[in-house]
Write a protein that binds this ligand. Structure first.
Ligand code: TYM
Length: 330
């Protein structure tokens, strides 16, 4: 069953409430792909502990990220949905890959530079530094053909490709070469309060992002307060990064083109455009939030989905791990 279908793998960190950037850049792609691809989607809880975390909050966060995947439309009968820490092969292959990765290539990772941001080396966790190697293990274990993510993960996927190539060259062909799959629209949704930084779970200001659980009121407030650019035209372009970002969000959620939206809002002001955008976001999130509320009442079902997912993922991952160990002489 499904043997000819291409394999897709992706993960989402359990490190905060998911936002529109996660939805547009990643989750929406998963939902589109689940029908025709053999999808492995996991909650990256081992990655979430690379920054200081509170165990109670983490446990809750993991649960809420799983629920959100299901609420957005991931069908656990079509997709293998699991928790990274339930499959120990991720940590093991991560270790094996550590022995061929170099400090130099990890130091070049822009996400590490952003997250470690100016801290003295002595105080930066090794896990945070090593994060992309674990991510390479995630990808290579499942022999993924395609890795759908937002733009910010592209460099990490390139590293996974480099490590796969190096390993195959040294020890014989073991890993399949994965390819990044970055959406054409919405690969990098920017902050609503500052279009020069990406929308992120960790941004200090809540005005940076629209969370998928935000109420209608909050959504309307955040959209109405979103920064705009000089001039009053609703037009995309390099001189209008804020409006371009808002147009991108609207395009992604309505499947319309920028040109169509520019035409619709020609001669209209920011206020009118923002009201239409807020309507669009509210309408897109309403059904998701309704399903989420149902799922939250049914933790047993979610436990069962995760148990089933881990059971399906484990043998696939273990087969690749065994091949890698064998190839290395272990
Ligand atoms: P994470 O949890 O930061 O983000 C989850 C997904 O959302 C995408 N994304 C965005 N897309 C568009 N605009 C944005 N502003 C935006 N912010 C986030 C991310 O690109 C990602 O696809 N390292 C990964 C998790 C991971 C992973 C993996 C992904 C662990 N192992 C293996 C793929 C394959 C991360 O931190 O994503």
């Amino acid at each position: 069953m499904g043997t000819n279908r291409k394999r897709v793998l992706s993960g989402v960190q359990a490190s905060g409430n998911l936002h529109l950037g996660n939805y547009i850049g990643a989750l929406r792609q998963f939902i589109d792909l689940q029908r025709d691809y053999d999808c492995y989607i996991f909650i990256a809880d081992l990655h979430a502990i690379t920054v200081p975390q509170d165990p109670k909050a983490l446990r809750k966060q993991i649960r809420s990220v799983v629920n959100m995947h299901l609420a957005c439309g991931l069908d656990p009968d079509k997709v293998t949905l699991f928790r990274q820490s339930d499959v120990s092969a991720h940590s093991e292959l991560g270790w094996l890959l550590n022995t061929i990765a170099t400090m130099g290539e990890l130091k070049r990772m822009t996400q590490f530079k952003d997250k470690a941001g100016g801290k003295a080396e002595a105080s930066v966790g090794v896990g945070l530094f090593d994060y992309p190697v674990l991510m390479a293990a995630d990808i290579l274990l499942y022999e993924a053909d395609l890795v759908p993510t937002g733009e910010d993960q592209k460099q990490h996927i390139e590293l996974a490709r480099d490590l796969a190539q190096r390993f195959n060259h040294r020890f014989g062909r073991t890993f399949r070469m994965p390819k990044p799959m970055i959406p054409k629209i919405g690969a990098r949704i920017m902050g609503l309060d500052d279009p020069s930084v990406k929308m992120s779970k960790s941004a200090a200001s809540a005005g940076n992002r629209i969370e998928l659980i935000d109420s209608e009121d909050v959504i309307r407030k955040k959209v109405s307060r979103a920064v705009t650019d000089s001039g009053s035209e609703i037009k995309a372009g390099p001189k209008k990064p804020a409006v371009t970002n808002l147009l991108t969000i609207m395009c992604a959620l309505t499947d319309r083109t920028v040109a169509e939206l520019e035409k619709e809002f020609a001669g209209k002001g920011y206020k009118e455009f923002k009201e239409a955008l807020a309507d669009t976001v509210v309408a897109a999130l309403k059904p998701i939030q309704q399903t989420l509320a149902e799922l939250e009442k049914n933790p047993k079902y979610v436990d069962e989905v995760l148990a089933r997912g881990a059971e399906k993922a484990r043998p696939v991952a273990e087969r690749t791990l065994a091949a890698a160990k064998q190839a290395m002489g272990l």
